[in-house]
Write a protein that binds this ligand. Structure first.
Ligand code: PHE
Length: 333
């Protein structure tokens, strides 16, 4: 039927013109051409309705409404599509230069800690964790630090008031990461190779090299035939990996209740020696107290100050820089 063919080509052309309209103006032109009320193509096809015979009329009338609705709907949809980016363009002026967003970065201590864990992982040490809030057993007793030892003086530690803890047992902010040695030995059997990095707390007077909170990395290696030589090798390889070059490590005799023998660890840096922390062979008393046989099991432990290492490598002269959150300082790493 001629009329239906005319409807179909009207519909095809109208939809194509609407789809092709790339601007509001082009879309408006399409509207006038294909949907205009007074004149235009819709009027023309509508005029064909009068030419239909009485039998054809219902079919043709229905079809006319369908194509009119289809074209109108497509036009409305296209208008919404064209409007959306326009609204955005007025909200954001795309011609302005981009806002420079300053990228954040990890704190220099966090960077150091991550690097330490990475280096130690290469030597087969896994990372262990322990709580910062400790009981006296893990912070002192189990480490062979007796009741009357000066390190247990309330003035040397941050004890919590017993009223603030649920149980009557005294609790304190740990003063060393050596607590983790005990926690690990309580849970595992040798061979053990762990490092534990975290915060420790001591009521020191704050100055360029002291803070009442700082970070330590504790290391513990237990097994058969672990010796002082193993300790020195691990520390030397560690210091070399972090500081670069072949770093010389020195042991000075010292004393810690939980290691025997005990040493202070120094590294040669530029023109002098720098103290990094304490170390030693795990005291047989400690091994026995945990339930290991000191004839079978031996091991070393060390505790290094993180801030020290980081200050050394980056030439930072005041420890307080780490905690003052000054972006001019932090942005340099
Ligand atoms: N815990 C000791 C300190 O804080 C360091 C240490 C760790 C010494 C392990 C020996 C073995 O000073």
């Amino acid at each position: 039927m001629e009329i239906l063919e005319a409807f179909a080509s009207y519909e095809r052309e109208a939809l194509a013109a609407i789809d092709a309209a790339a601007s509001a103006d082009a879309l408006e032109a399409a509207r006038i051409e294909f949907l205009g009320k007074k004149q235009g193509r819709l009027k023309d096809v509508q005029g064909l309705l009068g030419k239909a015979s009485p039998e054809e009329r219902p079919v043709v009338g229905k079809r006319f409404n369908e194509i009119k609705d289809a074209v109108t709907l497509r036009w409305e949809t296209r208008q919404q599509e064209l409007c959306r980016p326009k609204a955005m363009a007025t909200a954001i002026d795309l011609t302005l230069p981009g806002t420079p967003v300053r990228l954040g970065r990890r704190h220099p201590l966090t960077q150091t800690i991550d690097e330490f864990k990475d280096i130690m992982a290469r030597f087969g040490f896994e990372v262990a964790d322990g709580p910062e809030l400790e009981d006296e057993w893990h912070n002192f007793q189990a480490l062979n630090i007796p009741d009357d030892h000066p390190a247990r003086d309330p003035l040397e530690n941050f004890y919590l008031s017993t009223a603030s803890t649920a149980n009557a047992e005294p609790m304190l902010l740990r003063s060393q990461t050596s607590t983790v040695q005990i926690r690990i030995m309580e849970q595992r059997q040798p061979p053990i190779r762990i490092v534990s990095v975290g915060r420790v707390y001591r009521p020191d007077t704050i100055d360029a090299t002291h803070s009442c909170m700082f970070h330590q990395m504790e290391g513990l290696m237990l097994g058969r035939d672990v010796t002082m030589a193993s300790l020195k090798s691990v520390l030397r390889m560690f210091a070399t990996a972090y500081l670069g070059g072949d770093v010389e490590v020195r042991f000075r005799p010292s004393f810690f209740p939980f290691t025997e023998p005990s040493v202070e660890v120094d590294v040669r840096w530029k023109h002098g020696w720098l103290e990094l922390g304490g170390a030693g062979m795990v005291d047989p008393n400690e091994l026995t107290a945990i339930g290991y046989d000191p004839e079978e099991v031996s091991g070393f432990a060390f505790g290094l100050g993180i801030e020290r290492f980081c200050m050394l490598r980056h030439g930072i002269s005041d420890i307080r820089n780490f905690y003052s959150n000054d972006l001019r300082f932090l942005g340099q790493f």
